[in-house]
Design a binder for this molecule. Structure first.
Ligand code: SF4
Ligand code: SF4
Length: 367
């Protein structure tokens, strides 16, 4: 089906009318972030992003594209696996403490503008939180019933490598509706693919026409053009074995000499899932709460055991992160933990590039 630019607002309105809180990309603090959308005018219309190792800039495009950029520092993980969650709260009583509040029901989310690599990241977190022996009830309650409007990428970012990871640039599954933006001097339309009965129900409320063979051919061309533009690539054949047999490779020392162990890469990564728990009391000692917070394998505390941290060097922490992401993850969850979104490269303050680190361990020349 094809929806005209002028009719796309009806899609947002239909989602809102069905009780969804619609979240999507917006310009915030000089970057594309995900936040609440009340109208298509909230989207970063006419903006694009320039990305490289440790580099991110928003720039104006010379058209009015709604989705003419790729991914920014925030991901949908923020809503499904929030950075801070109160697990319980209690108040002092005559007898001791009583629980005062149970967790609130999460909103019914519609994610508007989910990129193909991000669909894969959500499916990876589904494996971690829902499909293993221990189901996370917080993730389950937030994930249940979300409506996903995917957007196929019409251009690749400077740090993207989804084609290497088999996660993009076109969405194949995991969405209710998927849009491809068709832009030209005389046209601004969206080819819409339906991925679920819920998607068909919503699309029925939006003015549309059937897609022609030319429309479908243009979608295929956009996919091919975007694939050719990938800013990075990573060879994945034999990756697990490569890393398992190179635990003492000198490259770990070299990357550690640059790594600040700041943990940015794990915070922006849409698949990293580690957390810690802390107990907090108020100043009067009357109330206490237990919080779950995102944590990172780059901190010393993360591997603290009685007597000290197991991974006390930057070398061991970077190796842990990359080896888990690309190798151990496969043993745990039967999938690589990286979707090639490039965030860890863009948002690393010193521009450390996971694709280059893999290449170096393979013995290939690096730039
Ligand atoms: S690789 Fe970069 S982002 Fe990650 S911890 Fe090291 S310096 Fe920070
Ligand atoms: S490791 Fe880097 S490129 Fe891979 S999913 Fe995480 S942030 Fe994206």
């Amino acid at each position: 089906m094809v929806v005209a630019r002028g009719d796309l607002q009806q899609l947002l309105d239909a989602l809102t009318a069905q009780g969804y809180q619609v979240l999507g990309p917006r310009v915030r603090d000089g970057a594309i972030q995900y936040d609440e959308l009340s109208s298509l005018a909230d989207l970063p219309i006419g903006w694009t992003d320039r990305q490289d190792g440790g580099f991110y800039r928003l720039e104006k495009r010379d058209d009015e594209a709604l989705f003419g950029y790729v991914v920014g520092p925030s991901s949908w993980k923020r809503f499904l696996h929030p950075p801070t969650v109160t697990l319980w709260r209690s108040r002092r009583t005559e007898e001791g403490f009583e629980l005062v509040e149970s967790p609130q029901d999460p909103p019914k989310y519609a994610f508007f503008g989910v990129r193909p690599c991000e669909l894969h990241a959500i499916s990876i977190q589904d494996r971690v939180f829902l499909q293993g022996p221990y189901v996370d009830p917080i993730y389950r309650s937030r994930r249940a019933g979300i409506f996903v409007v995917a957007v196929n990428c019409g251009q690749a970012g400077g740090t993207c490598f989804c084609t290497s990871m088999g996660t993009g640039p076109r969405a194949r599954k995991g969405f209710d509706l998927a849009l491809t933006e068709l832009l030209g001097p005389e046209r601004h339309e969206f080819v819409v693919e339906v991925g679920s009965p819920a998607g068909a129900e919503i699309l029925a409320q939006v003015a549309h026409r059937p897609a022609t063979p030319e429309d479908r051919a243009r979608v295929a061309e956009i996919e091919a053009e975007t694939s050719r533009q990938m800013g990075r690539q990573m060879e994945t054949a034999g990756l697990k074995e490569l890393l398992y047999t190179n635990l003492e490779h000198p490259r770990w020392e070299e990357v550690a000499s640059r790594c600040l162990t700041c943990a940015n890469c794990t915070m922006v990564c849409p698949t990293c899932f580690c957390t810690t728990v802390e107990d907090v009391t108020d100043l009067t000692g009357q109330e206490a709460e237990r919080r779950r917070l995102w944590d990172s394998c780059f901190t010393m505390e993360f591997s603290y055991m009685h007597g000290g941290s197991v991974r006390s060097s930057a070398r061991s922490r970077y190796r842990q992160w990359m080896t888990h992401k690309l190798a151990t993850w496969q043993d745990q969850f039967d999938v690589i933990g990286c979707v090639g979104c490039g965030r860890c490269i863009t948002w690393c303050p010193v521009g450390i590039d996971i694709t280059q680190e893999v290449a170096a361990i393979r013995g290939e020349p690096v730039t």
